[in-house]
Write a protein that binds this ligand. Structure first.
Ligand code: FAD
Length: 414
């Protein structure tokens, strides 16, 4: 693979960009792999990457029914933070955030990580107390967060109205090293690195059955034929329940559509990420100038990757008191992704009743930020049978009552 560098860009500029190769190969599937990963979203690709990088396992195929990064990974609002309440979540999300810091260098691909700072507004006394508790928990976990005053909020984000009559800003939980990254670039960077290690990324290939005998996974049936494997990692987000059914068990998940929208591009006006959980909306500004705005999930189970007018109205109405300027903006696009939500709002990274078959799912509305850490831990789980990062996130926790309750930290979609 040709390395991307300043010199490569200069050389290609001089010859009208005629020398760039394809970033990843598109091979035909082989009949057998050591490991098959289903789902070429960020989590699937990161898993494959760390299997190769950390464990030298490169006879790997990543099977994708659409195009890589076309699921939730390419549809999210790109917020990255690690200010979770419970210890296992904080460890996992902080591992991911710290990997994001060096990801562009690691992958030799600019993922445009932008640690611009992130604030979660406290707009009720109850929320203020909740966030103070999270700051204390984060200090014990070694995660750098602060409680900041309304005046500091206004200083960091001058376009905000902190004196709203219904929901005044009483303070904020602030993570200075939180921010955003370019979601497509994260998928593309991992894909390029996986392909370079000799792994096969097979797009437009849907898994239709999981083959098994004597309680052990043997391979998969796909729209491009049968593929055998020793280990199977299923990383299909909102379709996890569907593939689990093929493997012969059920998962404690619900799949719902989560929507987001962007405004027309405007001049730079906000250089932090702001989440307003009480009114339920959040926003940041993309490099193109669009305000990226997210709201909540649909109130019913569905698989429609579509936006709806009701959500635009609901989300913008929620934010307009705190950000009066958005009432004068035209909204440009909206869309949805199918997110897989667990009862405790924490993910599942787990062995399953089918030996050799592992599931990574349940990231719900907030898994983009976790991609590098999830891939790191899930690769370790698949390669060695255990990982300290994933130990608490087994699917047996729902049977044993060991919930990792993040309904406050993950209560708003981000
Ligand atoms: C609108 C929206 C906003 C969000 N905002 C944020 C945010 O700001 N911050 C954050 O951290 N998270 C956010 N999220 C959540 C985040 O996007 C997801 O948690 C994350 O992208 C999940 O990644 P994944 O790789 O698990 O899934 P995906 O990217 O969805 O990848 C799964 C892949 O599996 C494929 N697949 C499914 N079934 C099959 C099959 N049978 N055979 C083969 N392939 C199959 C799909 O086509 C898909 O490409 C948001 C999500 C949405 C929808």
């Amino acid at each position: 693979m040709k390395r991307y560098s300043m010199f490569a860009v200069a050389r290609e500029a001089a010859r009208y960009h005629s020398g760039w190769g394809r970033a990843w190969r598109s091979p035909a599937p082989k009949t057998k792999y050591d490991v098959v990963i289903v789902g070429a979203g960020g989590h699937g690709l990161a898993t494959a990457y760390y299997l190769g990088k950390n464990f030298g396992i490169t006879n790997v195929a990543i099977i994708e029914k659409g195009w890589l990064g076309g699921g939730n990974t390419g549809r999210n609002t790109t917020i990255i933070r690690s200010n979770y309440l419970q210890d296992p979540s904080a460890a996992l999300y902080e591992k991911a955030r710290s990997l994001y810091e060096g990801l562009s260098q690691d992958l030799n691909y600019n993922v445009m990580f932008s640690p611009r700072g992130l604030m979660m507004l406290a707009q009720t006394e109850h929320e203020l107390r909740g966030y103070q508790r999270t700051v204390h928990a984060n200090r014990l976990q070694g995660i750098d967060t602060d409680m900041i005053s309304p005046a500091e909020v206004k200083r960091l984000c001058p376009i905000m109205n902190i004196e709203g009559p219904r929901y005044p800003v009483l303070g904020a939980l602030y993570q200075a090293r939180g921010g955003t990254a370019r979601h497509d670039a994260v998928a593309w960077g991992y894909a390029r690195a996986c392909s370079d290690m000799g792994m096969d990324i097979i797009q437009n290939c849907e898994v239709t059955a999981v083959r098994q005998s004597n309680g052990r996974v043997r391979g998969i049936e796909t729209t491009l034929g049968r593929i055998d494997c020793d280990k199977l990692g299923v990383v299909v987000a909102g379709h996890s329940g569907v593939v689990a059914e093929m493997a012969g068990f059920r998962l404690p998940l619900e799949s719902v559509a989560l929507q987001a929208l962007v405004s027309e591009p405007i001049k730079p006006c906000i250089d932090v990420v702001v989440m307003a959980n009480t009114v339920h909306g959040y926003l940041s500004q993309s490099d193109k100038g669009e305000l990226v705005i997210g709201g909540g999930t649909d109130g019913y189970i569905n698989y429609a990757q579509r936006g709806s007018f009701q959500h635009i109205e609901e989300t913008v109405r929620a934010l307009v008191e705190t950000f009066p300027m958005i009432s004068r903006l035209k909204m440009l696009r909206q869309w949805a992704g199918i997110v897989d939500v667990t009862g405790d709002r924490s993910p599942i990274l787990s062995k399953t009743p089918l030996e050799g078959c592992y599931f990574n799912c349940g990231w719900g509305t907030g898994g983009f930020k976790a991609i590098p850490g999830s891939g790191w831990g899930f690769a370790e789980l698949m390669a060695t049978g255990a990982s300290p990062l994933t130990a608490a996130f087994g699917m047996d926790r729902f049977r044993e009552g060991r919930f990792i309750d993040e309904s406050v930290a993950a209560g708003v979609a981000h």
